[in-house]
Design a protein around this ligand. Structure first.
Ligand code: PRX
Length: 637
């Protein structure tokens, strides 16, 4: 069975896109009609980018979990919804059919209710990639609580910041997590975070690794014991809370160029329609296929293409607890082989790293089930694209290069697998509903082809962010104030002679390290917390595996004399404040930083030095002290 709104040819794509531009309300009402609503919307779209206000299907009543679960329980109860592969390949895998997943989500929704959760509460989820993570997310949605998933690699400080910002009242976590050959003590990290989070009343702890944890009377309880209580109460079913299409579904924190990470807010109706529509069309999902998205649910890719997109389409989604290189670099291929994966969606970083391990790890693994390959998170270089195409897809599986962001909810620019053409390192064409344009520094549209500029979107699509939690002005200032009446993505982009889009990378002070967004200001603040540091500046530089590496220029105060030791301490400080993903790859100690007379660090110069372009630094005449540049150049790492 396919889906009535699955695009099947280039012509259908062109017609759909044209219709979405000419008659957006009619177009999206037609798509939204395919979902389960308790009441249809009063208006399809109301918007104004200046405030900004974006409302889709307002007045429509629904619950996203009825669309992800109940409607499939009626028609395909025994279809696997989630297949789970453990970190350790010798541990038994698990499959949850739609019927079983529905049951477990209802059960845990009742656990949440027993613990005082109600519609509108913010609930922080800090877990690894176990099926219970998906169950917890869906249980929140079931009762109308707003989930805020925090990636299991973030530090106690980062969790605390996020909990405080959203004023969460409940945390769902596990005793520990397995990741490759490491055990991560999730509960003890949560305990550290909660010292500064008075809003938290309950902590629900899943048993995963069995490491000893402290359990605080009155606050902490075990997942399993709470489930038993629900069983004893005999209330297995949990009716879905009826939500307005514009009620919040979740908050997901993401880094920007300034300040602390902001809570990107997505709402129930538009996000559901968008993730479902893009899942079905980009990957050309066919009923019965196994979809393997390798992201962690702690990031937007996991929210949209492990949970909501696939499940709202009645698909089978594969969750993997481990990492691509453990026990060896053939792990993804073992999984593809074992479950006959049809669609594999991963990040260029993973592809580059597996490519570097050599092709021996692929040999003997049957990859013939693969029909579609996807990439996301960062620009993919041509070499990695061709390796993926040749060695994984055997030149027989279209690659979709999907460009999007936490803020966009789902894919905005991508080819449609096997339907529109792929082009190495190009995301190619906008999805129906997406109207991209390139602008110059002054916000003037750059028309025609073979041009580059800053990528903006001029019309709302159902899955776009609605606000940043608790600070609407920040949302306006970040995305809608750079250019009048446009959503600014922060990305640079070129449009080639065919009108295809190629995303070239961030044009703001946001780094993309291994496909993870990291704000320069955040890392600098963390480095500056080290007792030996006076000041620091962070820039990105090209890194063979990670895409971008983090290069730190640091001024020391001279208290610490062993420089190597200090470097390690600085890395440790960053890991403690943010998480291991933000550790600098290179640290260069300097006596000064290139600054303008008004005291602004000239990152442009540092970026060039980090990239190795030391002979072409551009105009340095506005520098307060040009001599620091020579010293930095000379000692470059
Ligand atoms: O710079 C773009 C890059 O990742 C940024 C968004 O990061 P995040 O919100 O963490 O979401 C990542 C997963 C959707 C974008 O601003 N990016 C994402 N996909 C691509 C990409 N750059 C080039 N090509 C892509 N396919």
């Amino acid at each position: 069975m396919s889906y009535p709104y699955q695009i099947k040819s280039l012509e259908e794509y062109q017609n759909a896109h044209q219709k979405s531009v000419d008659h957006p309300e009619e177009f999206w009402a037609g798509i939204a009609d395919n979902f389960k609503w308790h009441k249809k919307w009063d208006s399809v779209l109301d918007w104004n980018f200046n405030e900004p206000k974006v409302e889709w299907f307002k007045g429509g009543k629904l619950n996203i979990t009825e669309n992800c679960l109940d409607r499939w329980v009626e028609t395909q109860p025994d279809t696997p919804a989630i297949i789970w592969e453990a970190n350790d390949p010798t541990e038994k895998d698990k499959t949850l059919t739609y019927k079983e997943l529905h049951f477990k989500v209802c059960q845990f929704a009742n656990v949440l209710k027993n613990n005082g959760a109600k519609k509108g509460d913010r609930i922080c989820i800090y877990m690894s990639m176990v099926p219970e993570l998906a169950i917890a997310v869906l249980a929140c949605a079931r009762i109308g609580a707003i989930h805020s998933v925090v990636f299991g690699g973030f530090s106690a400080q980062s969790i605390s910041d996020r909990i405080q910002d959203a004023q969460c009242n409940i945390v769902i976590t596990a005793d520990g997590a397995y990741r490759g050959n490491k055990d991560i003590p999730l509960k003890s990290i949560i305990d550290e975070a909660l010292v500064t989070c008075p809003s938290i009343q309950k902590v629900i702890v899943l048993t995963r690794t069995g490491i000893p944890v402290s359990m605080i009377e009155g606050r902490d309880c075990w997942w399993e014991e709470e489930i038993k209580k629900v069983e004893e109460q005999g209330n297995a079913f949990c009716a879905a809370e009826i939500m307005d299409a514009e009620d919040m579904l979740f908050i997901l924190y993401t880094s920007g160029s300034t300040g602390k990470p902001k809570g990107v807010v997505h709402t129930c109706g538009g996000y559901m329609v968008w993730t479902n529509y893009t899942f079905i069309n980009v990957f050309q999902y066919q009923k019965g296929q196994v979809h393997f998205c390798t992201a962690d649910i702690g990031w937007i890719t996991g929210h949209s293409y492990i949970i909501y997109g696939p499940l709202s389409a009645g698909a089978t989604t594969l969750m993997f607890e481990g990492i691509p290189t453990w026990p060896d670099a053939g792990r993804f291929w073992d999984i593809v082989n074992k479950y006959k994966v049809d669609i594999l969606y991963t990040a260029p970083t993973a592809i580059r790293s597996l490519m570097a391990f050599g092709n021996d790890h692929i040999e003997g693994k049957n990859l013939s089930s693969l029909k579609v390959l996807g990439t996301v998170g960062e620009p993919i270089n041509e070499e990695a694209w061709h390796w993926y195409d040749e060695h994984i897809g055997k030149k027989n599986s279209p690659i979709v290069d999907t460009w999007w962001q936490t803020e966009t909810g789902g894919v905005l620019i991508s080819n449609l697998a096997g339907v529109t053409k792929a082009k190495p390192s190009f995301a190619t064409l906008p999805m129906p509903g997406v109207q991209p344009l390139l602008v110059d520094e002054n916000g003037k549209e750059i028309v025609g082809n073979n041009v580059s500029g800053n990528l903006c979107i001029k019309f709302p699509w159902p899955g776009m962010l609605r606000t940043t939690y608790g600070d609407h002005e920040r949302c306006r200032a970040t995305y809608f104030s750079t250019y009048n009446n446009l959503y600014f993505t922060g990305d640079g982009c070129l449009r080639d002679g065919d009108g295809d889009y190629r995303i070239t990378g961030r044009v703001d002070d946001v780094l993309n390290v291994s496909g993870h967004r990291i704000g320069t200001a955040e890392v600098e603040n963390a480095i500056n917390m080290h007792t030996g540091v006076v000041e620091s500046a962070i820039v990105g530089y090209p890194h063979d595996i990670k895409g971008q590496g983090i290069y730190a220029f640091v001024i020391l105060n001279g208290i610490h004399t062993d420089e190597n030791h200090t470097k390690k301490d600085i890395c440790q400080t960053v890991a403690k404040i943010i998480g291991a993903i933000a550790k600098p790859d290179k640290i260069q100690f300097v006596s000064g930083l290139p600054k303008t007379r008004s005291g602004k660090i000239m990152r442009r110069i540092l970026r060039k030095i980090a990239e190795g372009e030391i002979h072409n630094l551009g105009d340095t005449s506005t520098l307060l002290d040009p001599s620091v540049v020579d010293e930095i150049k000379m000692n470059r790492l």
